[in-house]
Design a binder for this molecule. Sequence first.
Ligand code: C2O
Ligand code: CU
Length: 475
Amino acid sequence: MSAIVGAATCRRSFLVGAAGLLVAGTFPRASAESSKPPGQFALTAAKGRASLVGKAHPATGVWCYGGTIPGPIIRARQGEPIRIVVDNNLSEETTVHWHGIRLPIGMDGVPGISQPPIAPGQRFTYEFTPPDAGTFWYHPHADSLQQLGRGMAGALIVDEPGPIAVDRDVLWMLTDWRLTADAQIASGFGNSMDAAMSGRVGNTVTVNGAVSKEERVRAGERVRLRLVNSSLARIMALRFEQHRPLIIAIDGQPCDPHEPDGGRLLLGPAMRIDLLLDMQGKPGRRYRVIDDFYDGLAYWVTKLAYEDKPPLRAHSLDPPPALPRNPVPEPDVTTAQRQELRLQGGMMGGGGMAGMGGMSDMSHAAWAINGTSMTGDGHAGMAPLLTLQLGRSYLFTLRNDTAWWHPMHLHGHSFRVLSRNGRPVPRQQWADTVLVPPRETVDIAFVADNPGDWMLHCHVTDHQVSGMMAILRIV
Ligand code: C2O
Ligand code: CU
């Protein structure tokens, strides 16, 4: 497999003898080891070129971090401070949002609210201490449609103090692109069709920045596979042919290991799933990883290609222990203050817009939350939709009145997903981004423990920038 996560090499000593796992000595060297001291990182945002679709096609003009697609992996340790110096070599303003990290508002990267945007040629230093271990990611929060859609994204992995016993720790950043026939990024960002419908769903999906024919695996090995959907709009439903992945964390937050419903992993934009994948296929064979989210548009993302070698171990491994829980405060649902948030707008079957009758300005707003449309990526002076009391528990019903799916993201917090359509869901998983299907409701609960003005928005970027965004003020 490509993109072995950086610290895998350092873990070798832990892995030998742990839970009977052998290490086969197949760890490639991490590609971009930083020479900086631990916890210190540098990212430069700039234009570049990347070979997204292979040698037979021209390289794609992209915008990226550190010259690579995806950007460099930032590897932190739970509870230890990190510092990331960001230089903006683009010809427009940018910021970096550390998606899913519960950090102080001043480091959240929302322009005008957390910080002034970073002007071209300027630098901003982000410093924070990730309280939670898990799989997170970073992306711009300025001109998001273009900056994210042209490639600016990277993984932020926070390690648990004690690693779990696996043979390899692997990242797949899954990114959808809308490319022209000569492999360039298609224009038309923010057109009104994309805005009012599914968002800018593309035509090419890459794994770690390149279209993937296969990812090499070894029979018998156990892999921790970190999936990140860094697409602007594409929702994925992944199936691993003849394999049984176990979900061990969602949006960085551990859960009881379980198989996905119907064997399908639903991964909306910005969502992450950590899997434990035991390679139980046959040496020399290939197995497809299929995304069949959109009706009639199934395709395979890649194939697991088994090396023609005997299995790494003779006996299958014991079921894995759960990852240690993160210190997320538990909401008290009995005393929680309840609030309904209606997601409105978008194109309907008949061509009209849903629930937008009372809206005055239809020129660039296609969506609303409770009748209010906040557009763009964040700017100074945005009025809060709600004011929440610091330390109090809240129970939000997200009611999707539209004909489209919305991955709803809350900044600065993780929330429990309590129920769907009024029925409690198993495990009541923590998340920072939850997919709300058309015409359905999802109840979430969280403790408003982080003071500041926090964004709540749809992570289909077209929807966010055209109105499906709000600010929650916590004081
Ligand atoms: Cu990844 Cu405002 O979000
Ligand atoms: Cu949406």
